[in-house]
Write a protein that binds this ligand. Structure first.
Ligand code: BGC
Length: 251
């Protein structure tokens, strides 16, 4: 098996891909980002995924995909920021037909978590580690002594009069025109909330804005240990490829 695998991170706004060296946990090509189609319907999103597979000349090859939904055995069970047509779809076989590839699909935040636990800030960390991705929605991955508890949806925790991602995602930050101090305060309240439920030993922030961690970290409560994902926004791509190696043959 080649140590280079295409990782694709499907988001509600953008879909990113790169070849990943799964032994090093690094991107070995430039990342290509395409816009996720407005309709967010399966056929349209599959066309974008196929375009990425073609750009990297990976038809027929192993492909790891992080997808913004609860995924059980390759089937999407939810669709919060994508079209409802995805619900109940066996994404793996659907995309296998489109790409002739060997597809492994996993929740996008779980993918990012695998990357951070294998090659990033969570490496060799025991206890409870939680990674939260801040993007269009909020994704989560929980690890206990390195073992992933799949498909947790901490962005969907009931919060104020809605779900948490409505108030604290990066989309919420832009929608409500929050400046960095305002956003950090909102985020900090949510992190405290998550903290009160799980008391994690480590909280990792991933997703697009993890690159700007320095801008908002000073407003975090000092008792919560929060760090940015070491691979920042590439964790989803790397983790998708790693998930292929870890789980594909067992799928
Ligand atoms: C979805 C999660 C996903 C997260 C980040 C949420 O709206 O429900 O499954 O991980 O967005 O994309």
């Amino acid at each position: 098996m080649s140590k280079y695998i295409l990782g694709i991170d499907v988001g509600a706004t953008g879909t990113k891909a790169a070849m990943v060296d799964i032994d090093a946990g690094e991107l070995v090509t430039e990342k290509i980002k395409l816009k996720t189609p407005e309709s967010k319907k399966p056929e349209d999103m599959a066309a974008v995924i196929c375009e990425l597979v073609d750009r990297f000349e990976q038809r027929g090859n192993p492909i790891g995909i992080g997808f913004p939904a609860v995924i059980r055995n390759g089937v999407a069970l939810t669709a919060s920021n994508i079209h409802k047509q995805w619900i109940g779809m066996p994404i793996n076989t659907f995309l296998e037909e489109k790409t002739q590839g060997q597809i492994y699909v996993i929740n996008d935040a779980d993918a990012a978590g695998i990357s951070e636990m294998t090659y990033g800030v969570g490496k060799d960390k025991n206890g409870t580690v939680i990674l939260l991705t801040l993007g269009t929605g909020i994704g989560s991955a929980i690890f206990k002594d390195g073992l992933l508890l799949r498909n947790t949806e901490l962005g969907h925790l009931r919060y104020n009069d809605n779900i948490a991602e409505y108030f604290v995602s990066n989309t919420a930050r832009k929608r409500d025109k929050m400046d960095w101090p305002e956003y950090s305060k909102a985020l900090n309240s949510y992190l405290e909330y998550v903290h009160k439920i799980f008391y994690p030993d480590l909280l990792i922030l991933g997703g697009g804005i993890s690159k700007r961690f320095e801008l908002f970290k000073e407003h975090f409560g000092s008792h919560i240990q929060v760090v940015p994902a070491q691979k920042f926004n590439n964790a989803g791509i790397i983790g998708a490829a790693l998930a292929w190696r870890k789980y594909y043959s067992k799928a």
